[in-house]
Design a protein around this ligand. Structure first.
Ligand code: ZN
Length: 130
């Protein structure tokens, strides 16, 4: 039985590894949190699995600590604005923030035309006694 590579890491080693292996987002401390887009869980620097390659020369990898989740740092976002933007958790705000120009004129006209057609047929129906 060998001591796992991870268990041999000191706190400083672990943070160093996170910083070196996660090229996407900066780790300020092991308490930093990430939201895993694959398993939808919040993870922190203490939990991230640092696995050594299959051979001695293979590079180290960071892997999501969730069992059966093999996501890598690329799949982890900051559980802040980045996560909300990704998840669209605030649909109301997004709705308010959306500029009116987003509505396609063609669709608007189509709707108006339909209204006019409906109004027209109602008028015809009312104006034409049987
Ligand atoms: Zn995960």
């Amino acid at each position: 039985m060998t001591l796992s590579f991870e268990a041999s890491l000191t706190e400083a080693d672990r943070l160093e590894a996170l910083r070196r292996l996660d090229q996407f987002r900066r780790w300020h401390s092991l308490d930093d949190k990430r939201y895993c887009l694959c398993c939808r869980k919040i993870i922190n620097g203490w939990q991230v699995r640092i696995v050594s390659g299959s051979t001695d020369s293979a590079p180290l990898r960071l892997v999501c600590p969730t069992q059966s989740c093999e996501s890598i740092p690329m799949d982890w976002v900051l559980p802040t604005g980045e996560m909300l933007a990704t998840m669209s958790i605030l649909p109301n705000d997004a709705e308010l923030a959306r500029p009116p120009l987003m509505e396609s004129p063609a669709r608007k006209n189509g709707f108006k035309t339909r209204l006019r057609n409906i109004a027209g047929s109602l008028k015809r129906a009312g104006a034409a006694p049987a």
